[in-house]
Design a protein around this ligand. Structure first.
Ligand code: PBG
Length: 327
């Protein structure tokens, strides 16, 4: 048979296939989420996220050591405070759970990159991501609180702050507050296109952050929308975001691709708790090969255009990359 084009030539051997890969992964692009519980001493497994743990302030460095042992050098911190109130006041106190966790990590591992999630839902007794006015979240009052939180994280030594609240104007407010307080070099990773998603369920269990009433649809994005994600990214970019984010990842690969093509800022994707839990439970039921599925799903996010990935599988993924199973 006379065939000019035989694409199979480039699939013939492992060496050729690896040579011709269009997407390459690196452990440097992985960020691991760490949950720190102020009331805990030691380590406690998280029931809604099998394989993940809550860490006490006395053991948060253990989480970092585990990351480093797998070649992961970046984390994003989430805090569970001992005390909650209507305005989330323990989120910005100097000796708050995240502030102390950042200090503990930076004292021992100054080069380890620490990103902090900036939001109020773990700290408010009503579980919403801002200050309530009736049953609605008041945008502009919330900006003041978020700014305080971000400044307190920067003061503790965070490399980056990551506002996940989805308030309008949050990046501008944080940038201004950080600059006014001398933290010009603290970067902002903006959760720009964050959808009102069912995939956050296991996280809310883990972080104790489910809303006491209603839902987050008046601030997080409607999953039906694609162009709106571009508007959100454009706003965050104009307001001074250093990194943009799309969240969740797997059901929003089209949005990741479009944002990657449209903006010249680094783009992060967040493979959220429900994505992790689905793979875990399918694997536990013997239905899929966990390792291959975690690799293939992560690969799809990078192929879609993400430059970096927040994932509960960061350590396993780094191992798989190093061992040549992917990447
Ligand atoms: C806080 C926040 C959430 C997640 C990250 N930051 C929960 C939410 O918005 O309800 C979800 C992460 C995950 O599901 O893994 N606002």
């Amino acid at each position: 048979m006379e065939l000019t084009n035989r694409p199979r030539r480039l699939r013939r051997t492992e060496e050729i296939r690896r040579l011709c890969r269009e997407t390459r992964l690196s452990p440097d692009a992985l960020i691991y989420p760490i949950f720190v519980d102020e009331a805990l001493s030691g380590v406690r497994p998280i029931p809604s996220l099998p394989g993940q743990n809550h860490y006490g302030l006395d053991s948060v460095c253990q989480a970092v050591e585990e990351c480093l042992a797998h070649g992961v050098s970046r984390c994003i911190l989430f805090g569970l405070p001992a005390h909650k109130d209507a305005c989330g006041s323990s989120a910005w106190v100097e000796r708050g759970v995240i502030q102390e966790a950042v200090r503990a990590i930076k004292a021992k591992y100054p080069a380890f990159c620490v990103i902090t999630d900036v939001c109020m839902c773990e700290y408010t007794d009503h579980g919403h991501c801002g200050i309530l006015c009736g049953h609605d979240v008041d945008n502009d009052q919330t900006l003041d609180i978020l700014s305080r939180i971000a400044v307190s994280h920067a003061a503790a030594g965070a490399d980056m702050v990551a506002p996940s609240d989805m308030m309008d104007g949050h990046v501008a407010a944080l940038r201004r507050a950080l600059d006014e307080n001398g933290y010009q070099n603290t970067a902002i990773m903006a959760y720009s296109a964050k959808y009102a998603s069912a995939f956050y369920g296991p996280f809310r269990e883990a972080a104790g952050s489910a809303p006491a009433f209603g839902d987050r649809k008046s601030y997080q994005m409607d999953p039906h929308n694609r162009k709106e994600a571009l508007r959100e990214c454009a706003l965050d970019a104009a307001e001074g975001a250093d990194i943009l984010m799309v969240k969740p990842a797997l059901s929003y690969l089209d949005v990741i691709r479009e944002c990657a093509d449209t903006f010249d800022l680094p783009l992060c994707a967040y493979s959220v708790s429900g994505e992790y839990a689905m793979i875990k439970s399918a694997a536990a039921a013997g239905l899929v090969d966990e390792r291959r599925i975690l690799c293939e799903t992560a690969l799809s996010v990078f192929r879609a255009g993400a430059n970096m990935l927040i994932t509960y599988y960061a350590k396993e993924l780094a191992d798989a990359i190093r061992q040549g199973e992917i990447g």
